[in-house]
Write a protein of this length. Structure first.
Length: 95
């Protein structure tokens, strides 16, 4: 059965987890962890920090990452970052 043939949304996620679990590389582990994040009751701040951490672990050469959210007023704000340097760079970009 392909993922598109799954009848229920839960089946699609289970299939995805199964397929990713079969790949022992960092990206597969990160996707598995990210799928777990989506199924937990963590707060937004914790979830966004985990997404930034996963980006650092899975992108070659990445030493720091951040997540920027844009509010309804159009203003960008750093919601999570892995290093203070990211926040400093973001603040200069937003200016």
């Amino acid at each position: 059965m392909t993922m598109s043939e799954a009848a229920e949304p839960g089946e699609v996620s289970e299939r995805l987890v199964e397929q990713v679990t079969d790949r022992p590389d960092d990206l597969a582990l990160a996707i598995t962890e990210l799928s777990g994040v989506l199924l937990t009751d963590e707060g937004l701040d914790t979830t966004l920090r985990r997404v930034a951490d996963l980006a650092c672990r899975t992108m070659p050469g990445c030493t720091a990452a951040g997540v920027t959210l844009v509010g309804q007023d159009g203003r960008a704000e750093t919601a999570a970052c892995t290093h203070d340097l990211v926040l400093q760079v973001d603040l200069r970009q937003y200016a």
